[in-house]
Each structure stands twice: as structure tokens, then as C-alpha cells.
Ligand binder design. Structure first.
Ligand code: CP
Length: 343
């Protein structure tokens, strides 16, 4: 049960050879399915582009015509606040039409398969599908069956690449580099797609990554990803430049992974007392939603520089950059200064 989530090997679709979008940027892919297949150069390219897109969010009129005429489908089979809303906003900021389908109100409820759903939506002419699903590999499956770009918005415990990118952007803006920094990820690693995308992204770009969590939620198999393991965060918290708290994913716990929340809190919660053992300049992150009193206390955010809402803001910029480079068909770096509404 525990090992099945540990390491994934999935097939990725790249279109470098057939000039699918004829782009000359570093990121030339049909889909964004994970950070595992991306190079550090591709990641840095997207982060750099997101900085340009974020400027648009500061303007009085937060909209440019860049993706006018393009259409994106949001297909979320699991709940979401941040990811779904920020893809929605990212598309709208770029003048892209976006349609959302949720399983509860779609014909999936009547038994229509995921593939039939996709084929029918595709027949209405779309450019990209943003998909979140509880089954690892669902976006990869869809990507093999559509000409539209597919963006993984979270597939089970596998990957959540845009979360990994927005986490990296948030760190890069504060620390300036990934080389030589230590990233400590604490909590329910086993069920976390955020942990996997963060591991792939930070490791590729030169960071040291340490994982910490209950042994039932953190197997030795993670070492295959090039990370270190310290089962108790107190052993290593003083070495971290970045501390990422992960949510205990109650909805994925089919069995008891720790005796009680009291025991979990005793060792793993990033309480103010525990965070005082960290470097004063370390930054505290959480992908959200936070279980206050479990991963973090309300007062924890006062101990270190806490950037949870900066992560959310960066999420919109990252998703604008990803949409632009998957379906924009544009060449080279986006120039935010030359893009005005109505041009
Ligand atoms: N971080 C994140 O994926 O949040 P949501 O589940 O609200 O999208």
C-alpha cells in the first residue's frame, strides 16, 4: 500500500520533433504533465516568463488580448479553490475563453466515460484541458487521446506541476537561487503530489531536499528521487532555508497512519516553538489548504517570513505563463510592456 505511491514512471508526450507549436522558446511541449520530465532550463524559462506576466496583475486593468480566440476547459474531478480559480483567472487575464465542468453536474454523473467526455468537449474545439483527478496518470492518458494541450492540475498523489512551479518562483524571488539551498518538506509526503513536484523541480535546479514525516507517510523509496530523509524535523530544521509544510490529507487516509493528532502534533507540527529552532531568515510555505492546529499553528506565521499568500499570487502568474507557452503559439519571451488591452 505504501510503496505504490512512492515512485512513478509515466509516458510523457513531447512534440519537439514535429514542430507542433513552432515556438523558439526553451519550453516547447504539447502538455504540462509533471516536473519530472522538464529540464532545469525549461523550469527557469517558465519562472522568468511568469515574472513578466505577474506585472499585468498589478495594473488597473488586469487584462491583455494575448490568447483572444483560444479556449480552455477546466475539468476538476476533485475539489479545488486555488488551482481552479487561478487557472480561471489566468485564462481570463489573457482574454482566453474558459469553460468549467465538474463531475457532479456533468454527464459523467450519468456514466459517461472520461474519454467520451473529452472527445465530446474536443468536438466543440478547445485548445487546452486542465485536469485534476484522483487517479495518477489521468492527464497522461488524456494527453495521448487529444490534440489539445493537457495540463495536470493534480493527479492523485503523483504530481501537481504548476504548484511546484509557483513554489519555485516564490523561493527564487526571495533567495535568488536554488543552487546550494536546503528545502525541508514536512508532513504527509506519501499522499502529496505537491511533494513530488517540488522534489523534482528543486532537485533539478540544484537544491538539497530533505523530507520529514511519520515513517508511515514517508518511505525509504523516496531516496530514489535523490532526497534525504530525517524522520523528525527537529533533527534538521536548523539547516533549512525553505520550510514547506504539507497538509495531512485526511481524504486519502484509508488506514491509521499515526496514533492520534496529539502524537502527530508533538513531533511534526510546525509550532512556533519548533520554528524558533530554524534559521531566522528561513521562509515558511504551505500549498494550502491549511489544517490549522495540525501542520501549522495560527501563531507559526509570525515566527518566520511566511509566504503562503505570495504562493497564491504567483500561482496566477505561473498559470498565465504555462497557458501562453502551451497554446499561445508565440515566439520567444512575452513582453508585458507592449501588451495593452484592445491592441
Ligand atoms: N494548492 C492547491 O492545489 O490548492 P487547491 O486544492 O485549493 O487547488
Amino acid at each position: 500500500m505504501r510503496r505504490k505511491f512512492a515512485v512513478f514512471s509515466l509516458t510523457y508526450t513531447t512534440r519537439k520533433s514535429d514542430n507542433w507549436h513552432n515556438m523558439s522558446g526553451v519550453f516547447q511541449r504539447k502538455d504540462l504533465l509533471g516536473l519530472e520530465p522538464l529540464s532545469c532550463d525549461e523550469i527557469l524559462f517558465l519562472l522568468n516568463e511568469a515574472v513578466a506576466f505577474r506585472e499585468i496583475l498589478k495594473r488597473p486593468i488586469r487584462k491583455v488580448p494575448t490568447l483572444r480566440g483560444k479556449t480552455v476547459l477546466n475539468l476538476f474531478f476533485e475539489p479545488s479553490t486555488r488551482t481552479q480559480a487561478s487557472f480561471d483567472l489566468a485564462a481570463k487575464r489573457l482574454s482566453c475563453d474558459i469553460v468549467s465542468i465538474s463531475p457532479g453536474t456533468s454527464s459523467v454523473k450519468k456514466g459517461e466515460t472520461l474519454l467520451d467526455t473529452l472527445k465530446n468537449i474536443e468536438a466543440m474545439k478547445i485548445d487546452a484541458v486542465v485536469v485534476r483527478h484522483s487517479s495518477p496518470g489521468t492527464p497522461h492518458f488524456l494527453a495521448r487521446h487529444t490534440e489539445a494541450s493537457v495540463i495536470n492540475a493534480g493527479d492523485g498523489a503523483h504530481e501537481h506541476p504548476t504548484q511546484g512551479l509557483l513554489d519555485m518562483l516564490t523561493v527564487k524571488e526571495i533567495l535568488g537561487t536554488f543552487k546550494g539551498i536546503t528545502v525541508l518538506i514536512v508532513g504527509d509526503i506519501l499522499h502529496s503530489r505537491v511533494a513530488r513536484s517540488d522534489i523534482f523541480g528543486f532537485k533539478k535546479c540544484g537544491a538539497r531536499v530533505i523530507l520529514s514525516g511519520p515513517p508511515t507517510m514517508l518511505t525509504e523509496a523516496f531516496k530514489e528521487l535523490g532526497v534525504e530523509i530525517a524522520y523528525e524535523p527537529d533533527q534538521v530544521i536548523g539547516e533549512a532555508d525553505v520550510i514547506i509544510a504539507l497538509r495531512v490529507q485526511m481524504e486519502r487516509l484509508e488506514e491509521s497512519f499515526f496514533p492520534s493528532f496529539r502524537e502527530y502534533r508533538e513531533i511534526y507540527s510546525l509550532t512556533p516553538e519548533r520554528l524558533k529552532k530554524a534559521k531566522k531568515e528561513a521562509i515558511l510555505m504551505h500549498p494550502g489548504p491549511v489544517n490549522w492546529g495540525v501542520e501549522l499553528d495560527l501563531e507559526s506565521v509570525d515566527v518566520l517570513k511566511t509566504v503562503i499568500l505570495d504562493q497564491v499570487t504567483n500561482g496566477v502568474a505561473i498559470r498565465m505563463a504555462v497557458l501562453y507557452h502551451l497554446i499561445g503559439g508565440q515566439v520567444s519571451t512575452f513582453d508585458s510592456s507592449s501588451q495593452e488591452e484592445g491592441r
